[in-house]
Design a protein around this ligand. Sequence first.
Ligand code: SF4
Ligand code: SF4
Length: 300
Amino acid sequence: MEAADDTRSALLCNIQRFSVHDGPGARSVVFMKGCNLRCAWCHNPESINPNPELLFYAERCIGCGKCFAVCPSGAHVTREGRHIVDRERCVNCLRCADTCYAQALAVSGERVTVDELARQIVEEKPYYGSEGGVTFSGGESMLRIDFLEQILARCAKERVHCAIDTAGNVPWRSFERALAFSPMFLYDIKAADPQTHRRLTGADNARILENLARLSESGARIWIRAPYIPGFNHGEARAIADICSRVNAERVEIVGYHRLGESKYAALGRSGGIDPEPPSRAELEAVRDAFAERGVDAFI
Ligand code: SF4
Ligand code: SF4
């Protein structure tokens, strides 16, 4: 298995081009693997594990049988007429992914070097326009600060605007290192109450909120993103708005739960954990009103 902590390279889930939802202007979003939170509603589940993982999209399988032949552990099996990957048997050697021309099998986790990623980012520079650039997301891109620092330096040299999408659960020193290159931050606030935060994400939010306050004091450009998950953090709106009101944020956005991650859970052979009904427009407007009551103008 590849090492996840090589400082000259990083494992990416993918690079999404022409995003207009991850910072100002048109952006390339670099999704890095590895996260230290376990949000119950995570819609990028393939980014949690820091190592490469096998994805199996059963609906694309044409039944050629090649993966059955190469698998050393007999993990490709047919049960009740359906081809499945038995994850208990799979040893994650990833050999089968190379044999599948139908692209039913794939690997999440492509290793790129600083040089390779910098070259791709610079090549796409004409598409960023005056406002856009590149956003480093994940997973938690700040967990790869050694790599991130190098790529931020290369982007700064090439005058490519950088944003870091973070949940903030890393040592402040990592922020200091990133701040040397003046990126902007897309900062998630998932819950205000520490116990609720722990229940929903597996971690306390003390360090997250402390980092946010220090980031605000530093004068960094900040966009706050507050996920709204009906039935999970619905009671947190006012308290999250109060946190936002103390931060020098340029923009606050309420991001409603969606189900775009569902097919990824199936491809990873995992269950999605929770499955609330995505919020209606009226529900999101009510959350926005709760923010407004606390003096915070939020986008939905
Ligand atoms: S190699 Fe791909 S298409 Fe062939 S059986 Fe395996 S998953 Fe299906
Ligand atoms: S990744 Fe898993 S299913 Fe694929 S060949 Fe290796 S052991 Fe078999």
